[in-house]
Design a protein around this ligand. Sequence first.
Ligand code: FSX
Ligand code: SF4
Ligand code: F3S
Length: 388
Amino acid sequence: MAARSLPRAPCDEPEGVEPRFGIERRLFIKIAAALTAAMGLPKSAQGAVAGALQTARRPSVIWLQFQECTGCTESLLRAEHPTLEKLILELISLDYHETLMAAAGHQAEAARKSAMAENKGKYILVVEGAIPTKENGVFCKIGGRTAIDLVKETAADAAAVIAIGSCASWGGMPSTTPNPTGASSLQEILGKPVVSIPGCPPNPYNFLTTVVHFLTFGRLPELDKKGRPKFAYGRLIHENCERRAHFDAGRFAIQFGDDGHRQGWCLYKLGCKGPETYANCPQILFGDAGVGTWPVGIGHPCIGCTEKGIGFEKPIHALAELLTVTPPTQFARPAEEQGKGISLASAAAVAAVAGVAVGIGAKVASNLGKHDDQDAAAEAKRDEKNPG
Ligand code: FSX
Ligand code: SF4
Ligand code: F3S
């Protein structure tokens, strides 16, 4: 029987994939499918996403760097596969980036000015790093001008402003108490909402997916109250963690290197902040290096790097607050009975957990049947503790 030729969806036949991205079609289709899923869109949107990847005009991007370690840029460029870097650099026209551009001094400043003038109202401003405010901002100056001046000037005519990394999103490591330089977030400096992609460093796929959403639909993705794309920061790490079954069953690592740790048990008692941290790390992983490549996956507790008031503020071994109570209907006791197989190192933790455990019981009782309200309630609770 002669083979029937089936009509093809637009994403099945992307033209010019090799010339534009230098990658094979099959891989391109996979990437388009993954990005569509990452945005929380149905499969039917895959064609539109693939089409935008193929044909969208590269928006001019001005990327400013202030108080930071360049980890945001590094994470973007050092993915295990070169594909991600290629995709990003092919999709945008990176017109100003101090680490990557060849220009220096006056030439670099001229590049920023001309990108702003030529793309007025259309360019995307990406800011990496916190912005110091004490002593009129003298702690970070570029070309003789403070970070405050530069960011305000560049944001004025931008089509979209993105804070990449925790430093720009909420102050990050430079803003840690006592915050000697008055390190502030981009939103605090501009006094208006911006898109925030926190993480130290942030996951490059969350940046790429945000840009692709912008190119596909001409608008930014849906954001939460803190300006974070909901597709990436809508769920607690604890909800999607591969160690969650151990948490529910009461199997915890107590010390680094103990049997529980070696067997991949839950890291809650080692201070994992997954129960109070919103991010998609367990779902999208890091570095394209395969299964388990995220902090908890390789045996380190999440430190809550995406969350203001948790990352770099809350001690690494302090117990996380259990923000939501999701099924099963009953939580395992996170504390052993005193004197049974417990180390000195975890004694303080257990004392703290005992109080938490009472709270868990009360929460379970009051939350049964109210799962729809849980996220809103959890967010309100966190905002109350940690405004801004
Ligand atoms: Fe570093 Fe970026 Fe951390 Fe900050 O990532 S990885 S200190 S979020 O601004 O460069
Ligand atoms: Fe995973 Fe941490 Fe939650 Fe344990 S406490 S299930 S390690 S996120
Ligand atoms: Fe950060 Fe925790 Fe993810 S430390 S990278 S939010 S697992």
